[in-house]
Design a protein. Structure first.
Length: 122
């Protein structure tokens, strides 16, 4: 249901298109490696693995991809892990969903921020 909501949000944005989606770690990794998108919205909880597995598999090969972690597991320990493994943004599904659109618009326009990396140190 959330993937449908995100796809709807993306469909309304200029310069943004959905390259693929998956509910599994292996499917997400394969899709990202095949399409090499500008940005990835990634959940930590995936079937057959986690978003951290996806970050580990993709980040070193394609460091230019902006990873946006959107999760219900938003504790500081998860933020630190994700940011250390290459996520650029870390958002709580319940509280930060509204930030997703502006972040993606910035990426689409070539203006990606590092603002969320500040939380990686806490």
């Amino acid at each position: 249901m959330l993937r449908t909501r995100i796809a709807g949000l993306l469909g309304d944005m200029d310069g943004v298109a959905v390259a693929g989606e998956s509910g599994t770690a292996d499917g997400a990794t394969a899709g990202i490696l095949e399409s090499v998108p500008d940005a990835v919205i990634l959940d930590l909880q995936l079937a057959g693995g986690s978003g951290l597995d996806v970050l580990n598999a993709v980040r070193s090969r394609f460091p230019q991809i902006d990873f946006i972690v959107l999760t219900n597991h938003s504790g500081p320990q998860y933020r630190r892990l994700c940011m250390a493994r290459g996520a650029r943004h870390f958002l709580d599904k319940s509280h930060d969903f509204a930030r997703l659109g502006p972040i993606l618009a910035g990426i689409a326009s070539g203006i990606s921020t590092e603002e969320d990396n500040k939380g990686a140190q806490s």
